[in-house]
Ligand binder design. Structure first.
Ligand code: NAD
Ligand code: MG
Length: 399
């Protein structure tokens, strides 16, 4: 071993589903990792509990009042409590930090994640929305600043594991010269795979967030029900693996045991399998290229009954088609779709629009957006706010 220094980890989105799973993996591997900072939105209770257990050097809350409350409750400790996006960026880029887990939900994750990239950190990317928003700019920065980007989204983590070393290291990406035919991006189809399409308008919030295989935050759970999640992942895969829309095929695999596959020109298909438990890709990202304990029980093949695959039906999942079309269209379309979808999903979760209205709002925002080429971060953020405004207006009209 080179040194016994613990690797210092910042967890963006610590109080969420991925954040909590990350802390669980770290707790099992205390000889390797130390929590440097917890970053979250406003959940004081969860962060307080995590802080007392993991004793980070810093906490950063988006919400000023949450930060005040934590500062008071932790006044007898040496933990420093900060607030706001600038502090999140400073902490993600801190000299003493080795690894940044990017697991804030939505566009709010973009700036802190880019700060980690610009500081050349090892970045574990769960926050797919930041890549969907800013793909080219994001990947250019990874290259320019020598950051190490490891996908945590289970599908992309699986694809990464099935890729040749040259692709993992970013030294080669031309699929045909490496002998890759296609990425097979798998998805479960969510809770409404077999539900009568005519009744999708009546889907309730509780039905939409009840995923059959995975336990996740509310936004991504709704995205899984509409399969917008697979659409965002399609765009995410294009950027992560430097390929085109034609190189990616979505396959429905309801059992979620295969997490995605890579098909080679010689006829081989390499798949990564495992329990539907995010601690596996999190542990892989933390330790890459080593392997560590993730607390995940081994797959039991004798308990597996069905193992099935189908093609997605776009009539059932119009958001998936919308996202794939946006991916072909380019950066402005994907930035705008991501923003529209965050607003429409939030409105659905608040009971302001119906389940199928999520698609209608997303589609109309794309139709009404001026899709100029986006280059700078300012242009991307402008496009994002323009799409959010438009989505807000469309929702207000419907309500
Ligand atoms: P979650 O809703 O459970 O947690 C979100 C976290 O982000 C919380 O800690 C919250 O406090 C924090 N947050 C929200 N707004 C913030 C802001 N403005 N500033 C700072 N922090 C803020 O979500 P999740 O399921 O953990 O998902 C997190 C990300 O990981 C999403 O981008 C999601 O797509 C991705 N992801 C999640 C899973 C999963 O299994 N949960 C799988 C793949 C990818
Ligand atoms: Mg996923």
């Amino acid at each position: 071993a080179e040194s016994n220094r613990l690797e210092q980890v910042v967890i963006l989105g610590a109080s969420g589903s991925i954040g909590t799973s990350t802390l669980d993996v770290i707790a099992r591997n205390k000889a390797r990792y130390n929590v440097f900072a917890l970053v979250a939105g406003s959940n004081v209770d969860v962060i307080l509990k995590q802080a007392l257990e993991h004793k980070p050097r810093y906490i950063v809350m988006q919400d000023e009042r949450a930060a005040l409350s934590l500062r008071e409750q932790l006044s007898n400790t040496s933990i420093e409590v900060l607030s706001g996006t600038d502090s999140m960026c400073d902490i993600a880029a801190h000299d003493d930090v080795d690894i940044v887990m990017s697991a804030i939900v939505g566009a709010a994750g973009l700036l802190p994640t880019l700060a980690a990239v610009e500081a050349g950190k090892k970045v574990l990317l769960a926050n797919k929305e930041s890549l969907v928003m800013s793909g080219q700019l994001f990947m250019d920065k990874v290259k320019r600043h020598g950051a190490t980007l490891l996908p945590i989204d289970s599908e992309h983590n699986a694809i990464f594991q099935c890729m040749p070393l040259d692709v993992q290291r970013g030294t080669k990406s031309d699929f045909s010269s490496i002998g890759i035919r296609k990425i097979l991006l798998t998805g479960s189809g969510g809770p409404f795979l077999t539900r009568d399409i005519q009744t999708l308008e009546q889907v309730t919030v509780d039905e939409a967030v009840a995923h059959p295989n995975w336990s996740m935050g509310r936004k991504i759970s709704v995205d899984s029900a509409t399969m917008m999640n697979k659409g965002l992942e399609f765009i995410e895969a294009k950027w992560l693996f430097d390929c085109q829309a034609d190189d990616i095929e979505v396959v429905i695999h309801p059992q979620s045991m295969i997490h995605s596959m890579v098909q080679y020109q010689d006829g081989s298909v390499i798949a990564q399998m495992g329990q539907p438990d995010m601690r596996t890709p999190i542990a892989y990202g933390l330790a890459y290229p080593d392997r560590i304990d993730a607390g995940v029980k081994p797959l039991d093949f004798s308990a597996m009954r069905d193992f099935t695959f189908t093609h997605p039906d776009y009539a059932r999942y119009p958001n998936l088609k919308l996202a794939i079309d946006a991916c072909r269209h380019g950066q402005a379309a994907t930035t705008s779709l991501n923003a529209a979808n965050e607003v429409s999903v939030a409105a659905f979760l608040e009971g302001r629009i119906g389940f199928m209205d999520i698609f209608k709002v997303n589609e109309q925002v794309l139709e009404h957006s001026t899709l100029n080429d986006l280059k700078s971060l300012d242009e991307i953020l402008d496009m994002d706010s323009q799409a959010r405004r438009l989505a807000g207006q469309l929702i207000a009209k419907q309500g």
